[in-house]
Design a protein around this ligand. Sequence first.
Ligand code: NDP
Length: 282
Amino acid sequence: MARVIDGKAIAAKIRGELTVTVADLKTKGVVPGLAVVLVGEDPASKVYVSMKEKACSDVGIFSDEYKLSAETSEADLLSLIAKLNADPKIHGILVQLPLPKHIDTEKVLEAISPDKDVDGFHPYNVGRLMVGKPTFQPCTPYGVMIMMKEIGLDLTGKSVVVVGRSNIVGKPVALMCLQQHATVTICHSRTKNLADVVRSADVVIAAVGIPEMIKGDWIKEGAVVIDVGVNRVGEKKLVGDVEYAAAFERASAITPVPGGVGPMTITMLLYNTVESAKKQKR
Ligand code: NDP
């Protein structure tokens, strides 16, 4: 039976610490500010944006929302980003993805100043992570690393299997684990014998987006399981990428879905915004 890694509790602890830091910064005349840019009407994006704004206000971060119509031109979005890059009240800029098809996402992400790139998606920050000198680290993988640290897991020499190679989760979390001296394998849709690769892992990090595709009997006895997947099944139920009940019986520690990695993502966004504000103070 596994220890359940309580993402909500870890996130609440970090948010409590951030509230204190933000209050302290305010006494020094710095109010951390996050600009949140939403283009279009995607319902999931609207929910994420409002969750991010509420989280900001809970810890005392100033957030400014820019809701643009789905027809907004790429040029108009780029000029808003240029304005925010130059705005001293704004320490972090978040452009909610996905963007409408007529806008080049890469161009937009590259237009955000690397100094305000609190999502950690700008190639400069991605490159810094690659060379082992991270600046802003992407929020979901960063949250995963904090969770592993919280349970006292030392990755040195451990075999970590990451399932998924996206730029926002799989690849960066693999680099972060490598930085912590793990032996890392990255799997994806063309990986052969996935079950056997997962069976070899001391730590499994699942970021696929397919409900319970990683079976409980693939989990090595005593392995740590981090499930990044969030999949809606039916009207209300959310499940991860790992077959939770069966994996729970074999793992030494496991993240639940919901209440695992999810709450950490927004928390690390707040963390990055506060770090950015601290840099401005110096
Ligand atoms: P992507 O769709 O960008 O990437 C999915 C990855 O899974 C790809 O690399 C893909 O391989 C791989 N994959 C697909 N099918 C298989 C398969 N059968 N076997 C092995 N690998 C496979 O997803 P994201 O990385 O953006 O997200 C992954 C999951 O994490 C989703 O459920 C998402 O909702 C969740 N998520 C949760 C967050 C949170 O805050 N909790 C934040 C971000 C994401 P290939 O590259 O070959 O196509």
